[in-house]
Design a protein. Structure first.
Length: 206
């Protein structure tokens, strides 16, 4: 199996002759082959796009832009809009379930900040999963049963998990400061995250 890396270059181009009002944002969505070092351009955008994620079948890349969700074939072409119903404030924290059926997103919710929602990957009305804000989604367990996210509670940012179908959230870290970016290991035995608990932002595993 080829090892490939997906990355996004978002650059602000402003000529010395241009003013701030005419600043242009260019985003380049590229695939990098780790074995050959070859970079392949999927598409260039005249807007800011964020957080491209592979669909499990490897055929599409899902990304967000302007608070909305899109997917695009890995071979390029026209982006396809993913309908998220009444939720239109999506941020760059989203994951796809391992079976390819669900799109899990973070977006501005009724609690006044980022909250986690789940909807069909093909689009539909999202279901609110986290009652509290802010909640920034980062990972999903290999069996698709749990979501891992960063939650701000009582002036502290910690790692939490919650059933994908909704339920009671469980706090997994208690260190002061920021614990962020939780991701499950492929075997589901660990959660990797970054933390400032030593005074520096470093990677941890639990």
């Amino acid at each position: 199996m080829k090892r490939i890396l997906l990355f996004l270059l978002s650059c602000d181009f402003m000529s010395a002759l241009l003013t701030a009002q005419t600043q242009q944002v260019i985003s380049r969505l590229e695939i990098y082959d780790l074995e050959t070092g070859q970079r392949t351009l999927v598409r260039e955008f005249s807007a800011n796009i964020q957080a491209p994620n592979w669909t499990p079948d490897g055929q599409f890349l899902v990304y967000n832009s302007g608070g909305l969700m899109y997917k695009i074939p890995v071979t390029g072409g026209e982006p396809l809009f993913i309908n998220t119903g009444n939720v239109i404030g999506s941020n760059n924290d989203h994951v796809i379930s391992p079976d390819g059926k669900l799109l899990c997103i973070s977006a501005r919710g009724p609690a006044g900040g980022s909250q986690v929602y789940v909807l069909p990957l093909g689009g539909g009305e999202p279901k609110l999963i986290t009652p509290l804000a802010p909640s920034y989604l980062h990972g999903i367990s290999p069996d698709g049963r749990y979501l891992a996210y960063t939650g701000g509670r009582n002036n502290n940012m910690d790692v939490y998990v919650i059933p994908t179908e909704g339920g009671q959230e469980v706090r997994l870290t208690e260190a002061e400061g920021l614990d962020d970016g939780p991701e499950y290991s492929p075997d589901g035995r660990y959660i990797w995250f970054n933390s400032v608990r030593t005074g520096l932002m470093q990677v941890w595993r639990m």
